[in-house]
Design a protein around this ligand. Sequence first.
Ligand code: JFH
Length: 260
Amino acid sequence: MTRLDIISIFPEYFAPLDVSLIGKARERGILDVRTHQLRDWAHDVHKTVDDTPYGGGPGMVMKPEVWGEALDDVIGDGAPRMIVPTPSGRPFTQELAQELAAEPWLLFACGRYEGIDSRVMAEYGTRLRVDEVSIGDYVLAGGEVAVLVMVEAIGRLLPGVLGNAHSAVDDSFAPGAMRNLLEGPVYTKPPVWRGHEVPAVLLSGHHGKVARWRRDEALRRTVANRPELAAAIDPATLDKHDRRLLDELSFRLPPEDVAH
Ligand code: JFH
């Protein structure tokens, strides 16, 4: 069973982990999620967790002593992998989600204000694997929502969390998961809805044509929405049909490597 500890001044943020995929995984004994109120480790009557930043500047910084006591108690004699959300961290990717899903114990430290005194990461980095992680290039008000995002992405990768019908290994077989391609559009019944028809090829039963059409749509979307991903496609992985489509989209492929 994977254990997840989450320390925050807003443990109520994690109520969604009681429902849906993660809630079911917990009921089924696949996941053990423990949330902790950081203020329980504060020393004063006001339960202070923040102070003014050294060197000046706006906002407040979370005090190291409170974090140290909380982390020592939660960690005990163990050695979880520690994840600290921050806008300046390494990117959270599907690859990192897969790596973290293989760990038996994860500890998430949620900062607020302008973040946590950096000596906390330095101290626990001498004892644990500590990663400062960013879920994207925008600034949240704290680490809680980033942890919800990461727990959902990691949780769906745990064995037994998804049913076999849509298992997470399917991710790597879908047309989009050829890593530099986005997913194309998806459809279900009815075949016509408010005058919008499902593309006829999907009703044709012709598996080869369906696969080709899905790849075309994946290429179109990638060029339109993520040109930097399209530019990273290895030209050697593209067939004649792909090249013709990209040409129609006026997409310039990087030059092929030429041996000499
Ligand atoms: C978090 C916050 C830092 C400082 C210029 C840009 C940022 C506000 C804890 C993660 C992602 C987060 C995130 C994670 C944890 C915390 C708010 C931090 C600054 C200087 C301002 C506090 C934000 N991917 N986005 N946001 N904050 N500024």
